[in-house]
Design a protein around this ligand. Structure first.
Ligand code: NDP
Length: 479
């Protein structure tokens, strides 16, 4: 055990019962250092397999994941209290391996091509960062731990992942699937522990990918800058939806209620504030509240409703503060509006608020719950100003006639914008056909998880310039 770092057993709370029913021993620093050394030693052989060889190993791993799917789904369900999303998390692995294998084949191809100088040919060559560290949050524990790891592996990197201590149950069954594929097991490692282990991981790697809060992301980015290693961050959000004149209100309310309450609103790209043209406002609020009321809490079983418990208990305090602050400043709560306790778990029914403004925390701070505050605007310039009045810039949505909606979207300081839908971007992760996106402002820094270039975050690039002329070059000294 490393001096000064003697981690105690970590206890994990079940979000449905409120009881501690899982415990694990965190990875100590000596073990982390050994894992990093082993992964570095194994990485050259992994790189030497080539893209097709690496894709074949990952495809074999997918078959192990499929075989272990019931255990993985049960583990994620126990940690998050949700069932449908847990199925989707496990299913994502196959989808992402397939998509990113295709991208890797084309994006990392290396062929000689002509340049503007007829004598000189150019060929790109790629050198992966040997060891990538991934630090991930609790809200989609399995998916977010692998979202960057899979493209990094395909690029030829070795990867160490430190998921959140809040939702760690999937790690054990997932490590068993990795162990069943020895070629992968040498270059893909999970370590278990709390924030200090994440900080220690940053010290060991050549590149870090961080998904989580802006507060922690900033610390990780500062340390990465000090170590002079690249740091990809995707952080918090306060995604706006704008509903323009001419929008289909039935479509807009269904998309928004889904985008705001999926996973109980515990998503970085949840719709968290809604701006509606004043002429549509009252009808919109009435329809949204009706649809919000129709969404039932997933009780008594995870399969029984759309709205799961709050996964991370301290989040309830933030949501309660947003409710009381809004109510004290004159907001109207149309439905929901309180934290409920059932069987030891903390729950929040979908909540629609109106008469809100930007003096209220519910319009400016990340709530991370199924909250839908609605504010009226008079013209699109005001809607754009309000949507951009945020420290965050992750994603958002615009509803209305397509040309009008696109014109508004172009003025928003956001990376992924759904037009006449909400939360489309995550469905295109690793999809070569989607455009690239980056986060704006405090929502993150770095390349894109979407689009054909998404894999190139993990490689350093070389330009090999070949002069085929037999004559002296024009820029040489005459010696
Ligand atoms: P945190 O920032 O608290 O934690 C994220 C990860 O960082 C966890 O594994 C955590 O460990 C670890 N960590 C904590 N302190 C340090 C440190 N000093 N150095 C290195 N690692 C550290 O985020 P949450 O888990 O609370 O996740 C919720 C947040 O994540 C929300 O803000 C949400 O918007 C954001 N998020 C962003 C997404 C995106 O793609 N933009 C996607 C999903 C969520 P531990 O938990 O064990 O303490």
């Amino acid at each position: 055990m490393t001096k000064g770092f003697n981690p105690p057993l970590i206890e994990v709370r079940n979000p449905r019962s409120g009881a501690v029913d899982y415990r694990f021993m965190p990875t100590d620093l000596d073990t982390l250092a050994q894992i990093a050394a082993d992964a570095r030693a194994a990485q050259p052989a992994w790189l030497a397999r080539g893209v097709d060889g690496r894709a074949a190993v990952l495809a074999r791993w997918v078959t192990k994941i499929e075989a272990a799917a019931p255990d993985l789904v049960a583990a994620v369900t126990a940690d998050t209290g949700r069932h449908a999303e847990s199925l989707r998390e496990v299913g994502n692995v196959e989808k992402w391996v397939t998509r990113w294998s295709q991208i890797a084949r084309s994006a990392l191809a290396s062929e000689l091509s002509p340049t503007g100088n007829p004598d000189v040919m150019s060929v790109a060559d790629y050198s992966p960062y040997p060891l990538v560290g991934v630090i991930s949050p609790w809200n989609f524990p399995l998916s977010l731990s692998l979202m960057d790891a899979i493209p990094a592996l395909l690029a030829g990197c070795a990867v160490i992942i430190k998921p959140s201590e809040v939702t760690p149950r999937f790690i054990e069954p997932l490590m068993a699937t990795i162990a069943a594929v020895p070629e992968l097991a040498s270059v893909l490692h999970y370590v278990r522990g709390a924030g200090e282990l994440g900080a220690a991981l940053v010290e060991q790697v050549d590149m870090v990918c961080f998904t989580g809060s802006t507060t922690t992301g900033r610390k990780v980015a500062v340390r990465a800058a000090e170590r002079f290693i690249p740091c990809f961050t995707e952080l918090g959000g306060k995604d706006p939806a704008i509903v323009l004149q001419g929008a289909d209100l039935d479509r807009a309310t269904t998309a928004i209620v889904t985008g705001a309450t999926l996973a109980t609103g515990q998503q970085c790209y949840s719709i968290e504030r809604i701006y509606v043209h004043r002429s549509l406002h009252d009808e919109f609020v009435e329809l949204l509240a009706k649809k919000a009321q129709s969404l039932k809490l997933a009780l008594p079983e995870p399969q029984d409703g759309r709205i799961g418990p709050l996964t991370f208990a301290p989040q309830a305090e933030i949501i309660e503060r947003h409710f009381s602050d809004a109510a004290a400043k004159g907001a109207v709560i149309h439905t929901g509006g309180r934290i409920e306790t059932h069987g030891g778990g903390m729950w929040c029914a979908p909540t629609v608020l109106s008469k809100v403004d930007h003096s209220m925390a519910v319009m400016t701070e990340e709530s991370f719950g199924p909250l839908m505050p609605v504010m009226a605007f008079d013209d699109t310039a005001e809607a754009v100003r309000l949507a951009n009045d945020s420290p965050y810039g992750l994603s958002g949505a615009v509803f209305g006639p397509e040309e009008d909606a696109l014109a508004v979207a172009r003025q928003l300081d956001l990376g992924g914008i759904s037009i006449n839908d909400a939360g489309l971007a995550p469905f295109f992760i690793g999809d070569a056909t989607a455009a690239e996106k980056t986060a704006f402002k405090a929502s993150g820094l770095g390349g894109s998880r979407l689009g054909a270039e998404s894999i190139k975050r993990f490689v350093r690039r070389k330009a090999l310039l070949v002069n085929r002329s037999t004559q002296p070059s024009a820029w040489w000294f005459d010696v």
